[in-house]
Design a protein around this ligand. Structure first.
Ligand code: HEC
Ligand code: HEC
Ligand code: HEC
Ligand code: HEC
Ligand code: HEC
Length: 448
């Protein structure tokens, strides 16, 4: 029974996505001028405006990688391959909703400075009235731009109209953009669905509770003092400080002292105690989360220690291998002949465990092109909400290790995009530089 309904949902997703032009009730239904600019709202809501401007919501069309992925890869692909033609408008419906609703498809690039650049603006979230879907995804929001703002309070008195909206305060509102099915029917974003199945939904902890915050103050100079004003920070993976410490790491060894040439077994445990969904989530196709384990001897020599494989299906995708190449679809789209791909795991050292869910294109190759994803259910080795992952190691101590104390360090890193892809597409380094999520060390004594 459950299986049937999943298939039905996917088929529906597919229909919705490819038929964007005709089906999406909202595309081209309005004009840019029907939406006020965030600056106007900021004249009164000064602090909310500043928070929003500093978040990715304000940059969802303009910041480096979005720009490159749409104009260099997705748009040319949509023009070449009928099956993915819908993404020409589809990407824009979530990343530059004003352009989508105004029928400005494809929009001009960010350098032209059109109103597409406003991204996910105040007028989008505060005019969304609901969704056409039972379990929302693929920009299935309904929207009525007008002077009445959907808000969280029943007693607001404003120069514009206000309307209390329980939908605005619900995770389902976020789900209209945060879950996505590809034209091939694969779930390529499922942050809401991950949250819904996890412990936080049962406890009533919403997306808003972790990505916005509530504090005493006023939402405008002219408004009343309130005890719980909603702040618009929306920090996610683009904020190193949000990532830092989101997963706890510990190392356990059975022996405090080992002989050169013998084997030191140990394990590392990782606990996701802060993220309300899987980590990584969202743009899962390109996120990298990996555990490096290094030993440093008393003379400062470094040794990389590989994880011991567990033997599950698809595990090869979760252990770094500098000989593995992937992402060939990028070359096909860019028209590069005999493109062999780029290093699948970028600069991650061989043998490191990677917590990921590989996306495969219709030719079975790993891809970062989420719209060109035919399948991504082979293996899901990310860390779920409140889940603990246990990794085992067996380090055969080489004779070159100097006797004396040896420090073993386990470090969990995150990067938005594999470094090889970042270099290939010439993205700004900040889009793929590794961020430290957590790190712990322990010392063992090595004897002759
Ligand atoms: C001239 C000043 C002014 C401007 C401009 C303004 N607002 Fe407001 N807004 C207010 C006041 C005053 C309140 C009521 C505050 C309260 O009751 O705490 C308010 C409340 C709100 C609320 C909460 C409503 C509720 O039901 O809880 C939202 C949402 C909102 N404004 C959105 C916007 C948006 C979006 C814009 C730009 C299109 C905007 N505002 C422009 C003054 C303004
Ligand atoms: C219990 C707190 C919590 C809840 C609930 C929560 N999140 Fe998060 N979320 C986090 C933390 C912490 C991070 C940063 C670590 C990371 O990137 O996974 C994050 C990251 C993200 C990211 C970036 C993911 C990536 O890897 O690129 C997105 C997008 C996101 N959250 C959206 C949502 C949405 C939508 C919901 C509701 C369906 C939600 N979150 C619920 C804590 C939470
Ligand atoms: C991604 C969606 C989103 C965007 C973009 C957004 N808001 Fe909000 N806003 C919300 C949500 C959700 C709430 C209510 C949160 C709650 O009550 O839990 C809210 C609440 C508010 C409130 C009421 C604050 C209070 O606690 O009384 C005001 C005012 C407001 N937003 C103004 C703005 C302005 C101005 C902008 C643009 C600068 C903006 N919002 C952009 C989602 C958004
Ligand atoms: C109209 C579509 C839309 C809606 C509605 C929406 N988002 Fe987003 N959100 C986006 C897009 C697009 C991005 C990606 C921005 C980027 O990286 O370019 C994003 C990014 C994020 C991020 C990641 C930011 C980072 O630093 O990496 C978080 C967290 C987030 N949204 C939370 C929320 C929450 C919570 C809600 C509901 C209150 C919500 N969003 C509603 C479109 C939306
Ligand atoms: C259903 C809404 C939706 C659609 C359709 C969509 N996106 Fe996104 N996109 C998002 C959200 C939400 C995020 C943020 C997820 C996260 O933070 O991990 C995102 C993240 C991204 C990122 C990562 C940004 C970063 O800095 O890491 C890129 C690039 C991107 N989208 C490009 C595209 C392109 C190109 C298309 C069309 C093929 C597209 N998106 C279609 C909602 C959407």
């Amino acid at each position: 029974m459950r299986k049937v309904s999943i298939v039905a949902a996917l088929t529906l997703g597919f229909l919705l996505f490819v038929s964007v032009g005709s089906r999406a009730a909202e595309m081209g239904k309005y004009h840019y001028k029907d939406f006020k600019s965030p600056k106007k709202c900021g004249m009164c809501h000064r602090e909310i405006y500043q928070e929003w401007s500093q978040s990715l919501m304000a940059k969802s069309f303009t910041h480096g990688w979005d720009d490159v992925e749409y104009f260099k890869l997705a748009l040319p692909h949509a023009q070449k391959l009928e099956k993915v033609a819908g993404v020409k408008a589809g990407c824009i419906a979530c990343h530059a909703p004003l352009a989508f609703l105004s029928g400005d498809i494809p929009p001009k690039s960010p350098s032209a400075n059109t109103r597409a650049n406003e991204g996910v603006s105040c007028e989008i979230c505060h005019n969304i009235t609901g969704t056409t879907e039972k379990v929302p995804y693929n920009f299935s929001y309904t929207i009525e731009p007008n002077n009445v703002k959907e808000g969280p309070r029943k007693d607001a008195e404003a120069p514009h109209g206000t309307h209390y909206s329980s939908f605005l305060r619900s995770p389902e509102m976020c789900a209209t953009c945060h879950d996505e099915a590809s034209p091939y029917g694969a779930w390529v974003k499922s942050t809401y669905r991950e949250w819904k199945e996890g412990p936080y939904a049962k406890e009533g902890v919403r997306c808003q509770d972790c990505h916005m915050y509530y504090a005493p103050g006023k939402s405008t100079g002219m408004g009343p003092e309130r005890k719980d004003i909603a702040h618009h920070t929306f920090h996610g993976a683009h904020f190193a400080s949000k990532l830092a410490g989101s997963v706890d790491v510990a190392i356990y060894t059975k022996k405090a002292s080992v002989k050169q040439g013998s084997t030191l077994p140990f394990r590392v445990e990782l606990f996701n105690g802060k993220v309300g969904h899987y980590i990584p989530s969202g743009s899962t196709e390109e996120r990298m989360l990996w555990l490096e384990v290094w030993a440093v001897d008393s003379e400062g020599k470094k040794f990389s220690i590989p994880v011991t494989p567990k033997g599950f299906k698809g595990e090869e995708y979760t252990i770094a291998d500098s000989k593995a190449y992937a992402y060939q679809a990028m070359g096909e789209i860019l028209g590069i002949k005999n493109f062999k791909g780029v290093k699948r795991d970028g600069d991650v050292p061989d043998g490191a465990r990677i917590f990921r869910k590989p996306f495969l294109d219709p030719k079975g190759r790993q891809t970062i092109c989420q719209w060109y994803t035919a399948k991504n259910t082979l293996v899901d080795y990310r860390i779920g909400p409140r889940e603990t992952k246990v990794e085992n190691y067996k380090w055969k101590i080489p004779a070159t290790v100097a006797p004396g104390p040896v420090t073993i360090t386990a470090t969990l890193y995150y990067s938005l995009v594999p470094s090889s892809v970042g270099e290939f597409l010439k993205l700004p380094k900040t889009e793929y530089a590794p961020v430290k999520v957590n790190s712990v060390s322990t010392v063992v004594e090595v004897r002759k």
